[in-house]
Design a protein around this ligand. Structure first.
Ligand SMILES: [Zn+2]
Ligand SMILES: [Zn+2]
Length: 338
């Protein structure tokens, strides 16, 4: 089968290559991938800004059907519509594994970076990683279950917006638009900050429930109108230097700042603001098991819509154009269909 393979360390070194079809071992299943999302992490791996173990098939945001079951994999049936958690293996013995934080395990190997991922026709995962895709969630929408689980971890489990609070979401990419919907599901008011070039993303944000849209060109005005007050909580989903600075500027004293976006490089900011404002500063990395059931239920109920975020579909062979589209900041979620 063909796969989008990072074949050697360094910048680039990605191409469509023949890779052997996986065979399910004990407790494992093979998923026939119906759709695989292109994530910032894939782009970071392309640019050698995120660690990977080449040669490795990229991709960790997926939906598909169970195509093969290994010995003792008996929970799911062939043909079941599924999505998958992304940790292929963790050590199971460290402080983090034993306290429900396998996302922080030093030995974690994830699909799409440590072991072969979803940008190929077939994907091998432990059966325990599978989650059933709700009937009313399409394969396209299902590719966003992983980013939504990351957001449930960040927004509902760490930042925890309360009803009636004012929450700022920075960055109207896929992560920001999911975070926005979770903020609304919490009963808080959501303001989304984007750049003038983000016009179509911001229009979608409005349709998905954003109470206010603020452009980066309006930040000074907004800051003055807040008159020393600010947002109860901010979710920085852009991973950009400007986004970090603005989020720190607009969070109120004693407010909560959560860094969700990855920058892929060093970003400098005025750390004294965290001191002067007594900001509760947190970061969240990937997802934990507990985030997945809420994520899938929120998709099933329609409280979080994912399919409207899918703006581009490409066959696997056109992965270069898909990655280029992502890097031109066109659309929101770009999906490969192997
Ligand atoms: Zn991702
Ligand atoms: Zn561990």
């Amino acid at each position: 089968m063909k796969g989008v393979v990072k074949f050697a360390p360094g910048v680039g070194n990605v191409e469509l290559r023949d890779v052997p079809e996986p065979v399910a071992g004990p407790g494992q299943v093979v998923i026939e991938v119906k759709a695989a999302g292109v994530c910032g992490t894939d782009i970071h791996i392309y640019h050698d800004e995120y660690s990977s173990r080449p040669p490795v098939v990229l991709g960790h945001e997926l939906s598909g059907v169970v195509a093969e079951r290994g010995p003792s994999a008996t929970t799911f049936q062939l043909g079941d519509r599924v999505t998958s958690r992304t940790y292929f293996s963790t050590c199971g013995q460290c402080r983090y594994c034993l306290t429900g934080r396998p996302n922080l395990c030093n030995s974690r190997l994830s699909i799409g970076s440590g072991v072969n991922g979803a940008m190929a026709k077939y994907l091998l995962v432990p059966e325990g990683n599978l989650h059933r895709l709700p009937d009313n969630v399409s394969f396209l929408g299902g590719t966003l279950s992983e980013p939504l689980a990351c957001n449930v971890h960040a927004v509902l489990m760490v930042n925890k917006p309360l009803p009636g609070e004012e929450v700022l979401v920075v960055g109207p990419g896929a992560i920001g638009l999911l975070a926005l919907q979770l903020v609304k599901a919490c009963g808080a008011r959501a303001t989304l900050l984007g750049m003038p070039a983000d016009e179509s993303r911001l229009a979608l944000a409005k349709r998905l429930g954003a109470d206010e849209i603020v452009l980066t060109t309006q930040v000074e005005e907004l800051s003055e109108s807040l008159a020393g007050s600010g947002f109860d909580a901010v979710l920085e989903c852009s991973g950009s230097a400007g986004g970090v600075e603005t989020a720190l500027q607009l969070v109120r004293k004693g407010g909560r700042y959560t860094q969700v976006g990855l920058a892929g490089k060093k970003v400098s900011f005025d750390i004294d603001q965290i001191v002067y404002k007594e900001v509760q500063f947190s970061g969240t990395f990937a997802h934990v098991w507990q985030a997945w059931d809420p994520a899938l239920r929120l998709m099933a109920s329609g409280a979080v819509q994912t399919e409207p975020l899918v703006t581009h579909r490409f066959p696997l062979a056109d992965w270069r154009e898909a990655f280029a589209t992502f890097q031109r900041h066109e659309g929101i979620k770009i999906v490969l269909e192997p």
